[in-house]
Design a protein around this ligand. Structure first.
Ligand code: ZN
Length: 196
């Protein structure tokens, strides 16, 4: 977290000195995550209708990728699957939670702006304003109903991942100036990579 270590960043948690093995694992995981510009990130995902072993394998795969990428959340479209499925884990000791077909039931009028990053938009961090509290109804990976009442970081992660299911990215939720600056920085990084 280069800019402000005291602030929890969305999805992406960067550690300044990562051991080489972790770094390799992280790079391998990130290479499987769809990047900004991929059309699947702009599309609306469809409802999951089968709660079978395939779904549970997908949840396990996403949880593994999220852990290796040092992320706190991952949505199915980010791994190329246009389904309404997300996983998140707000702390290293917290359990991984899978939300299938999540629906926002209520959000607080109290809102808060914080900096967010996204595994699909590496190196970019922008300010995003979101409700502080949220109540979401979903199913888990075996099809049981799940009601999540979340606040703070957990609420933010859930809303960030839910956005992915609707083809919405943090760049769509930030100010025009920050969006322009982020796109400029990404182009510059691409050019630097091409030149290298
Ligand atoms: Zn994201």
């Amino acid at each position: 977290m280069p800019e402000a270590p005291q602030e929890p960043h969305e999805e992406e948690i960067e550690e300044p000195q990562l051991d080489p093995e972790l770094e390799m694992r992280r790079a391998a995981a990130l290479s499987l995550v769809r990047r900004f510009g991929d059309p699947i990130l702009k599309s609306r995902a469809t409802e999951v209708d089968r709660f079978d072993d395939g779904l549970r394998a997908q949840v396990a795969r996403m949880a593994g990728l999220m852990a290796d990428a040092l992320g706190v959340g991952l949505a199915a479209p980010q791994v190329g699957l246009a389904q309404r499925l997300l996983v998140y884990r707000v702390g290293p000791e917290a359990p991984v939670i899978a939300l299938v077909n999540p629906q926002v039931e209520w959000t607080s009028s109290e809102r808060e702006t914080m900096e967010e990053g996204c595994l699909s938009i590496p190196t970019v961090h922008v300010d995003v304003e979101r409700p502080v509290h949220v109540r979401v109804r979903a199913r888990d990976e075996i099809g049981e109903g799940r009601l999540v009442e979340a606040s703070g970081l957990e609420a933010r992660v859930i809303q960030h991942e839910l956005d992915h299911l609707d083809g919405v990215l943090i760049l769509d939720r930030t100010s025009r100036d920050q969006r322009k600056e982020a796109v400029r920085a990404m182009r510059e990084a691409e050019r630097a990579q091409e030149a290298a």
